[in-house]
Design a protein around this ligand. Sequence first.
Ligand code: AP5
Length: 216
Amino acid sequence: MNIILLGPPGAGKGTQAGRLEQDRGMVQLSTGDMLRAAVAARSPVGLEAKAVMDAGDLVSDELVTGILSDRLDGEDVKQGFILDGYPRTAGQAEALERLLAEKGMSLHHVIELSVDEDALVDRITGRFSCASCGAGYHDRYKQPAVAETCDVCSSTNFKRRPDDNEETVRNRLLEYRAKTAPIIPYYEAKGIVSRIDGMAPIAEVEASIECILDGG
Ligand code: AP5
C-alpha cells in the first residue's frame, strides 16, 4: 500500500511514518530527511538546498522530484511507501502522478493530519533528536527516561534542526498554507483523502491511521 501523509510542519508526519515503518514494514520516504542527508554530505543538491531550508522556504520542484524519483527505484519501496513531506506544490503533485505512472505504481490513500497552528510552533521549537540513532524527543512532551541519555541507543549526544526556530517555523507554515494546502482538492477529486485529528495523542493518531489502512 502506498500513501501520502499530508500536514503542516510539526503535524506529526515523521512521527507517524516512523511508526508505520516499524509496525507494517512500509518504507518512509521523507524528502526533508533526503535533503538533510544531502546537506550533511555537502553534495551539489545539498549545497543548493541548504540556504533555502534554513529560511523555511521550499526547495525547487525539479530538485526535490529528482531525488524522490531516484529513491522510488529502490527495491524496498515495492513493500509499500509513506510519502512524508512530498508533494508540497501543485507541480509536485503532477510530477508524482507522472512518476508513479512511469514506474507502474499507484497511490491508495492521502491522510491529512489537521492541527492547531499555535501548538505546532510549540511542538517544533521543543523538538530534538538523538545524534546517533535519530530517535525523536521533546523538551516537554517526550523527555528521555534517563536525563540526557537516549532511550534507544544510550547515546548522550543530541541535536536540533537548524530550521526549528520560531521565525522559520512561521515561514514554513505560510508556505504550507500558500502552496501545499491547495493541493488537497486535487486528491479529494480522486476520492482518496481522509482527515485525522492530529492534536490527539500520538497513539490515538496512529490507531486512526491504521483504521484507514485496514479499510475501517
Ligand atoms: P520536512 O523535514 O519535511 O519538515 P516539515 O514538513 O516542516 O515537517 P516536520 O518534520 O517539521 O514535522 P512533522 O510533521 O514530521 O512532525 P514530527 O512528527 O517531527 O522539511 C524541511 C524543509 O525541507 C522544508 O522547510 C523545505 O525547505 C525542505 N523540503 C522538504 N520536502 C520538500 C519538498 N517536497 N519540496 C520542497 N522543499 C522541501 O513532530 C513534531 C514534534 O511534535 C515532535 O517533537 C513529536 O514528538 C511531536 N508530536 C508529534 N505528534 C504529536 C502528537 N500527536 N501529540 C503531541 N506531540 C506530537
